[in-house]
Design a binder for this molecule. Structure first.
Ligand code: UDX
Length: 452
């Protein structure tokens, strides 16, 4: 059992803290926000994440995890301090390291025994060398401090599961002491550990995320071509997936990737490359494809309709993916803005994202249109002239093709997540446009596929 302090209780920090406690370590989580600390002490998780609150409460009751704003008492006698604070994107695409620097300074001023500082936050390659130097420069007591890199690969919505059942744990260290300390901490997880040097570990995080982003953008690029040549991207993906070298995951074409990682980490690596005088063409292409893909359906609909003004527009799904209330870089934000600018009256449904969305677009008049929030997909579809599907929530997927015909004034559907088969929408007499597949036209007697 090790004594562990965790700096930051966002997705990365809190999930790390809770899972370390679950594995038997003694954990103290530090956050600057007193209200958030009180909330967690009362058993409420500040983030919506499957299984997190239960595990947090269980380990709090067992005395293995606690929460505090008092960083000094948390850091002074910890065996290891994990840093999980944010590294948000700056206007030029680079990562903002000011939160890391603040924590590093606090650590330097607090530690009273030898301690391993482990950076879980995603940071530009070489940052951990600087963090170590920075801590040494400000160190108050005569103790041994080393910095290790331990990037995080969890996905939102399945963060606890991803951490407890990870495919690998990457540790980047510069000494046997640091490597052994991390090996000991992760021993109870029983997960393969990839031990590399610090800079390689930092790069593994970016290279992995950007590769996945690239895979998605590649499929979106192929999807756009499929539409032009009459192929079906889902059939194409299925055919590709049997090749073990390609794999079956992350081949879903859609309205682009969002979230807190892919958009930020692609731009960050592009920036790092640029700073080093290198043009990282592949990643740049992934970013460009994604930017266009997000508004693809809006552009298609804008060509099809004379105007959005005075039209009732159903929006199904707001979050960047199902299973989270996170809206960061969600395609819905770009699209709703465009729709409101064009005067649409939007009726939006999302099972958990509405409260966050209201911060961008409060209920009522907005720009040249309006937005009303509803509690079911059916309420959004009632009398609608057009529907846009942005997130494949189970509630959205469970809407039957016939319901579009029965509920909407005109069953015109733009599906950014390929939720339905073209055939079933054809049978239900819905004019259906999706990604990388043929569209259907609505006719009086049945539907004719126009192959576009
Ligand atoms: C991602 C990585 O999966 C995770 O390993 C990393 O640590 C953080 O970034 P996350 O952003 O939570 O996790 O979600 P993820 O499930 O990867 O989806 C990201 C975006 O890509 C979503 O907008 C999703 O809709 C989109 N996506 C994903 C696709 O469009 N197609 C796919 O096939 C997969």
């Amino acid at each position: 059992m090790k004594k562990i302090a965790v700096a930051g209780t966002g997705y990365v920090g809190l999930v790390a803290g809770v899972t370390f406690a679950e594995m038997g370590h003694q954990v103290l989580c530090v956050d600057i926000d007193q209200d958030k600390v009180e909330l967690m002490k009362s058993g409420i998780s500040p983030i919506f994440e499957s299984g997190l609150e239960e595990l947090m409460k269980k380990n709090f009751a067992a005395g293995r995890i606690d929460f505090t704003t008092d960083f000094q008492s948390a850091y002074k006698d910890a065996d290891a301090i994990f840093i999980g604070v944010g590294t948000p994107e700056q206007p030029d695409g680079s990562a903002n390291l000011s939160y890391i620097a603040t924590v590093a300074r606090q650590i330097a001023e607090s530690v009273e025994k030898d301690c391993l500082v482990v950076v879980k936050s995603t940071v530009p390659i070489g940052t951990n060398d600087k963090v170590e130097q920075f801590i040494q420069d400000f160190l108050v007591n005569d103790v041994r401090i080393e910095v290790a890199s331990n990037p995080e690969f969890l996905a939102q919505g399945s963060a606890v599961h991803d951490t407890l059942h990870a495919e690998r744990i990457v540790i980047g260290t510069e000494s046997k002491w640091a490597e052994e300390m991390l090996m000991k901490i992760y021993e109870p997880f029983n997960i393969p550990i990839v031990s590399v040097n610090r800079r390689s570990a930092e790069m593994i995080k970016y290279a992995s995320n950007d590769f996945l982003a690239l895979k998605i953008s590649y499929m979106n690029d192929i999807a756009n071509l499929c539409e032009l040549v009459g192929a079906d991207v889902q059939e194409v993906a299925r055919g590709m997936s049997y090749d073990a070298r390609i794999g079956s995951k992350f081949l879903n074409a859609g309205i682009g990737f969002g979230g807190s990682c892919f958009p930020k980490d692609t731009k960050a690596l592009e920036h790092i490359a640029h700073e080093n005088g290198y043009d990282l063409k592949t990643v740049k292409a992934a970013v460009d494809v994604n930017t266009e893909q997000k508004v693809k359906l809006f552009k298609k609909a804008a060509k099809r309709l004379i105007t959005f003004s005075g039209l009732k527009v159903a929006v199904l799904g707001l979050t960047f993916k199902p299973g989270t209330d996170d809206l960061r870089e969600a395609a819905s934000l770009d699209n709703v803005k465009l729709l409101l600018e064009k005067g649409a009256d939007i009726f939006a449904f999302d099972p958990v994202g509405i409260e966050n969305f209201k911060r961008f677009y409060p209920e009522g008049k907005n720009l040249n249109g309006s937005i009303t929030y509803v509690t079911s997909p059916q309420a959004a579809l009632e009398d609608a002239n057009v529907a846009f599907l942005y997130t494949e929530w189970p509630e959205v997927k469970s809407v039957l093709p016939n319901e579009y015909t029965e509920l909407m004034q005109t069953p015109l559907v733009y599906d950014g997540r390929n939720v339905y088969s073209v055939e079933e929408m054809q049978q239900a007499n819905v004019e259906y446009h999706s990604i990388g597949r043929s569209s259907t036209e609505r006719v009086r007697e049945g539907i004719v596929s126009n192959g576009k």
